[in-house]
Design a protein around this ligand. Sequence first.
Ligand code: ATP
Ligand code: MG
Length: 342
Amino acid sequence: MSTQTSGLAIETAGLVKTFGETRAVDGVDLAVPTGTVYGVLGPNGAGKTTTVKMLATLLRPDGGEAHVFGHDIVREADEVRGRVSLTGQYASVDEDLTGAENLVLLARLLGHRKPAARTRAAQLLEAFGLTEAAGKQVKHYSGGMRRRIDIAASILNTPDLLFLDEPTTGLDPRSRNQVWDIVRAVVAQGTTVLLTTQYLDEADQLASRIAVIDRGKVIAEGTKGELKASVGAGSVHLRLRDPEQRPIAADLLRRALDAQVQTDPDPVALTARLAAAASHDTAAEHAARALNELARAGITVDNFSLGQPSLDEVFLALTGHDTQQPRPGRDDSHDPKDEVAA
Ligand SMILES: Nc1ncnc2c1ncn2[C@@H]1O[C@H](COP(=O)(O)OP(=O)(O)OP(=O)(O)O)[C@@H](O)[C@H]1O
Ligand SMILES: [Mg+2]
């Protein structure tokens, strides 16, 4: 870490990559502290993979600059390559080989002698819950096993910086949790992780700081708390004893909290979204007053919680569209002036 003076694993300024008319990455500034998980959150086509590929020296930027541990990604690409590892969006292991064969082969390519390569492969297979599947060809692995072997392959040598490009896309909840545990374990070993994701809860679970990107631009950046706080004061979740009282309760909450009230599919549940301007203190005070009024009206509340806004709500508020919607106007007629300001 000799050249690292700023405490930053990644620092970019005005990074740009264009493909023909498409500005895939359009002036991205990032500052990623070492030793943390940094989340880059954005919908399909936002520019996540293009950003990661530039930082991993696989693509040359068309503008701006970036440093990884103080090394310029263009002029000092070899130094950067020595410090980073990439788990791409699509698995890169050899499907015809077994899990164990893949890891041993890659470890040999990294310069480990055969016994050391076997030991390291066995350690990782064990750590990733793949010991039983070690002798199976990777083409017979489930999606979750594929992602795990892919991440294992990228940390055969512990990298200082690991890029994980959508590591859990398409995985079932159990496999996602396993990958999350792996990410936490990798960071606990001192590796910095840049994680791209389309899943707001994933960024919420893993990342210390998050950059939200949309159409090649960072539209918001901060800690989870900062991002959420910039959008609204939070939500009040209620469960009532009696479903018949829900319409009265919704009405009371609407007036007492000056909030939007949603009724959940669960017939006793209600969610009230508090206005963006309210500080957290006032949110708590409002919630207490609302509870009081419900009690006075003879409405029994079985369960109550006051939570911060979800990252889904953050994204919607920042971009005007939700994360599952394809980017509108993503073609040659796209006018940058249409971009939603943060
Ligand atoms: N090699 C390429 N040639 C032309 N256009 C490209 C190329 N790679 C990416 N693009 C375009 O650049 C934009 C950003 O793509 P990118 O793959 O970085 O998005 P992403 O955020 O990784 O999306 P996803 O979540 O779907 O993986 C998209 O409009 C995409 O079509
Ligand atoms: Mg991608």
